[in-house]
Design a protein around this ligand. Sequence first.
Ligand code: NAD
Length: 249
Amino acid sequence: MTIMSGRVAMVTGSTSGIGRVIALELARLGAVPVVVSIEGAKIPETLEELRAVAPAAEGFEADVSSQASVEAAMDQTLAKFGRLDILVNNAGITRDNLVMRMKDAEWDQVLAINLTSVFYMTRLALKPMLKARYGRIVNIASVVGLTGNPGQANYSASKAGVMGLTKSTAREVASRGITANCVAPGFIATAMTHRLNPKAQEAILSQIPMGEMGSPQDVANAVAFLASEEARYITGETLNVNGGMYMGF
Ligand code: NAD
């Protein structure tokens, strides 16, 4: 893949799990990663790891569900680097419950952090990207946004929403050198899936033709491709990274 040197890449939720590995992969490819996370205490150790590869890596504490908070992170990024080439909307949470029992707060929180945040970040990122007539937006969706999953109405609605938002954004800015795509992971071994009980984990494995969970690196590889020069003619697409669990057409 072409080296991404000079590219500034903001990755939300990048102090742990998939996001951290994405930031590291983009750094390895030559980009300057900008960490955005609500886990402020983890930012220094994340930056230490990233700066070993990309010395200019930067990090800002922000709650992606707060417009003011992400605006501050974007302002600081633009003040420091003067550009934003790649945006990876990765921050996400689950608050599982059956629809009949789901609390308003469980619905609202998941929609705010998983979907509204992507709208806020995209709206902010498009300004510098349109000016530069270049941009790569990669949103982390999920297989359950395509298939549904009992107990995850809020989560699957948020991820299906991310795919719709991505397609509309892609159509709006396609003529300006900006692409917007999704990566839809299946089950990936991170803190999010470790929280599942062993029975649920076993049930999941039985649905995966490859017979194993994916790794954060599997997701990061797909993100890196969509963020690269080579993916210039791909937009509005969702790339499944799920070991064959769901095959789109
Ligand atoms: P994780 O819990 O390990 O990491 C999530 C990250 O998001 C953390 O760094 C957390 O601090 C950050 N975050 C949470 N709320 C935030 C907020 N309000 N503002 C800023 N940052 C916030 O989870 P993960 O498994 O690495 O998941 C990453 C993404 O991948 C999520 O969007 C998730 O929905 C998606 N995904 C994960 C799986 C999986 O199997 N792990 C499958 C499909 C999709």
